[in-house]
Design a protein around this ligand. Structure first.
Ligand code: KG4
Ligand code: ZN
Length: 335
């Protein structure tokens, strides 16, 4: 089935055309207007999506070499995310689907990150354990089928990507901070500063990143502006090691509690080379299969939304006309 998918939950305007597990187009227009503010401004993001939605749909169709007449269903992220940004995607999806009487497929953004693993090349079959770490969420999901995932543990405060972004800002790097911090960390010593690996003594599978971020704030204050400047790479490397350390420690613990044979990653932080290497080492050590999707399928994209849509309920016209976006939690049940 040829699905056109739209993803606008944050600051990337994403449209994909996917046929089964095969990606025909995966177009992403990243908004640069937020760099100036050091983070995403929700209202600015929504306005940019409004300008970009139609051109990005057209670009994706052109790249795929198909027209709207060939498309059999429209998928869209309905949440969680920035409500104004999501509403632009949902309205665009309805506006394309309704006149053509096409079905609409609402998709949960987090299931989208999990479903990136069902795409070519080499789609991963459940069951597997999936670590999703992004700018808004950090969770361990038990993936037993392709319809959803059970949350085994999640962050109690900041998301992993949010911590990368905030520490990057402390070190004077631009937004988004994750990739810039990773580049800087490559020049530093990960053992230069001893930082807390949060919740290592607590038994559960939840995460916490706010203490690590605060530790960095105090460290930078003690070092002073010149000291920070001099030790930037060591600070970045030590932070990255602590953040990756916590993610891998919880993954290891979850593997111990279950009978898993395969592991997968998802979310923007899964593009991080140091995390990918650490998880690969863990999987080698435990004889587990590891699925690592390409970095461009880790960060927000619409191919992952189309992938999740294949296994989600299709709403026929006109049932979806009143369907709404949601900012947090789960999609509300539509009567
Ligand atoms: O999944 P994503 O694109 O959007 C959300 O759903 O939030 O994730 C974006 C997050 C940002 O916080 C970004 O800094 C982080 O992923 N990120 C990285 C890397 N690439 C993106 N963090 C660490 N290392 C990277 N290479
Ligand atoms: Zn995301």
């Amino acid at each position: 089935m040829l699905i056109l998918a739209i993803e606008t939950s944050c600051d990337d305007t994403c449209v994909a055309v996917v046929d089964g597990s095969r990606i025909l187009a995966n177009t992403i227009s990243s908004q640069t207007a937020h760099a100036h503010f050091g983070g995403v401004v929700p209202e600015v993001a929504a306005r940019h999506h409004l300008d970009l939605a139609v051109p990005v749909v057209e670009a994706a169709l052109a790249e795929a070499g198909v027209s709207l007449d060939d498309v059999e269903a429209i998928a869209v992220t309905t949440g969680p995310g920035l409500i104004g940004a999501l509403l632009v995607g949902v309205s665009t999806a309805k506006a394309i689907a309704a006149p053509r009487r096409l079905p609409l497929i609402p998709v949960n953004h987090l299931q989208g990150h999990v479903a990136a693993n069902f795409l070519d090349p080499d789609p991963l079959q459940p069951p597997f354990l999936c670590l999703v770490a992004s700018g808004g969420h950090t969770l361990l999901g038990a993936v037993r089928d392709r319809f959803g995932h059970e949350v085994l543990g999640q962050t109690l405060d900041d998301a992993a990507g949010e911590a990368f972004d905030k520490v990057a800002r402390l070190l004077g790097l631009g937004y988004p901070g994750g990739p810039a911090l990773e580049r800087l960390a490559a020049e530093g010593d990960p053992e230069a500063f001893e930082l807390p690996v949060a919740m290592s003594r607590e038994p559960g599978l939840n995460f916490s990143f706010s203490g690590l971020k605060t530790a960095l704030v105090y460290l930078c204050r003690d070092l002073g502006p010149d000291g920070v400047q001099e030790r930037r790479a060591d600070l970045a490397a030590s932070f990255q090691a602590a953040a990756v350390g916590q993610l891998v420690a919880k993954l290891r613990r979850a593997l111990k509690k279950g009978d898993w044979e395969a592991v997968a990653l998802g979310g923007g932080v899964a593009a991080n080379g140091s995390l990918r290497e650490a998880v690969a080492a863990l999987c080698r050590q435990q004889g587990l299969r590891l699925k690592l999707v390409a970095p461009e399928l880790c960060t927000d994209n619409a191919a992952m939304i189309a992938s999740a849509a294949r296994f989600a309920p299709h709403l026929p016209y006109p049932d979806y006309l009143s369907y709404d976006a949601f900012a947090t939690g789960e999609a509300p049940v539509v009567a």
